[in-house]
Design a binder for this molecule. Structure first.
Ligand SMILES: NC(=O)c1ccc[n+]([C@@H]2O[C@H](COP(=O)([O-])OP(=O)(O)OC[C@H]3O[C@@H](n4cnc5c(N)ncnc54)[C@H](OP(=O)(O)O)[C@@H]3O)[C@@H](O)[C@H]2O)c1
Length: 276
C-alpha cells in the first residue's frame, strides 16, 4: 500500500477571504478580539451581542477605522443565545445577510457565581441556557449548511474551569465541561454526515468542531472578582499574568483556517500553564 497525500491546499493566513463567520458575544471581550482577528484575515464577520448596543456600535466604528471595512463586512446582531428561537433566527439572519455561514464561534457566556448550597434554580438554568443550550442550538442550525457546502468550522469557547471545577461555579463549570461532550459528538457527527453526503474531499477543508479553554483572561468578566482573589489566581498561573483576549483569538483564527482540516474533536488550552 502506498501512502500519499497531496500538499495542503492552503497555508494559515490565506484562506479566510471568502468566509463568513458568526461570533457570539463578538462585540466585546474575547469575542471582539476573535471578530477582529477573523476580519483581519479577510473574513466577513457577523458579531452577535445580548443588549449592550452602545458597545456594539463602538465595535463597528472601531472595525471601520481599523480595517476600513465597508460593504457590510462586519455586522452586529442583537440576539439572546439563551433562547432556542433566537439562536435559529440568528443563523437564518446571518445567512440572509451574508449568503452563507462558514465559521461559528460559540463565545457568548455568562457567570452567576454562588456555592451549590445557595444556588437558585434560576441561577442554574440561566447559565445552562446561555453557555450550553445556546451553543447546541446554534451549532444545530449551522451544521447542516456546512455539511451541504462540504466545509465549515465550529469553535466552542469553553473554560479552564470546565477542566478543573471551581468553588462557587457549579453551573458555569458544568456548562463548560458540557461543551467538551458537545464538541466531540458534533465533530463525529459532522465527519459522519459529510462522508454520507458524498461531498467529502479527503484533503479538502472538511467540517471540524473544536473547543478552546481559556484560563483567566483580562476582560469585563473578571471585574466582579475581588482584587485579592485575582492576585491569588495570578499567583497560581505558571506564566505569572492574566491572558489577553488576542491570545485566545490567535488560536481560534488558527482553527478556523482551511489548513486546520485534520484537527477535530479536540480541546485546546490557552491558560498560561494553569492546567497542565
Ligand atoms: N474572561 C475570562 O477569564 C474567561 C476565561 C475562560 C473562559 N471565558 C469564556 O470566554 C467567553 C467570553 O468571555 P469574556 O470574558 O469575553 O466575556 P464578557 O467580556 O463578559 O462578554 C460576554 C459577551 O457575551 C455576550 N452575551 C452574554 N449573554 C448573552 C446572551 N444571553 N446572548 C447573547 N450574547 C450574550 C455579551 O453581550 P453584551 O455585550 O451585549 O452584554 C458579551 O458580548 C465566555 O464564554 C466565557 O465563559 C472567559
Amino acid at each position: 500500500m502506498t501512502i500519499t497525500a497531496p500538499l495542503a491546499p492552503t497555508t494559515v493566513g490565506q484562506s479566510l477571504q471568502d468566509r463568513v463567520a458568526l461570533v457570539t458575544g463578538g462585540t466585546r471581550g474575547i469575542g471582539a478580539a476573535i471578530s477582529r482577528s477573523l476580519v483581519g484575515a479577510g473574513a466577513t464577520v457577523a458579531a452577535a451581542y445580548a443588549g449592550n448596543t452602545i458597545r456594539a456600535r463602538d465595535f463597528l466604528d472601531e472595525c471601520r477605522s481599523e480595517f476600513g471595512t465597508e460593504n457590510e463586512r462586519v455586522t452586529a446582531h442583537q440576539s439572546d443565545v439563551g433562547s432556542a428561537d433566537h439562536c435559529r433566527r440568528l443563523v437564518a439572519d446571518v445567512v440572509e445577510r451574508h449568503g452563507r455561514i462558514d465559521i461559528l464561534v460559540n463565545n457568548a457566556g455568562i457567570t452567576i457565581d454562588r456555592t451549590a448550597a445557595r444556588m437558585t434554580d434560576d441561577d442554574w438554568q440561566q447559565v445552562l441556557d446561555v453557555n450550553l443550550s445556546g451553543p447546541f442550538y446554534l451549532a444545530q442550525a449551522a451544521l447542516g449548511r456546512m455539511v451541504e457546502r462540504g466545509s465549515g468550522r465550529i469553535v466552542m469557547i469553553s473554560s479552564v474551569i470546565g477542566e478543573t471545577g471551581n468553588i462557587g461555579q457549579a453551573n458555569y463549570a458544568a456548562t463548560k465541561s458540557g461543551l467538551f461532550g458537545l464538541t466531540k459528538t458534533l465533530a463525529r457527527e459532522a465527519a459522519f454526515q459529510l462522508a454520507k453526503s458524498g461531498r467529502q474531499d479527503p484533503y479538502g477543508p472538511g467540517v471540524t468542531v473544536n473547543a478552546v479553554t481559556p484560563g483567566f483572561i483580562a476582560t469585563d468578566m473578571l471585574e466582579h472578582i475581588p482584587a485579592k482573589v485575582l492576585d491569588r489566581i495570578v499567583g497560581q498561573v505558571p506564566l505569572g499574568r492574566l491572558g489577553r483576549p488576542e491570545e485566545v483569538a490567535r488560536l481560534v483564527r488558527f482553527l478556523a483556517d482551511d489548513a486546520s482540516a485534520y484537527i477535530t474533536g479536540q480541546v485546546w488550552g490557552v491558560n498560561g500553564g494553569l492546567d497542565m
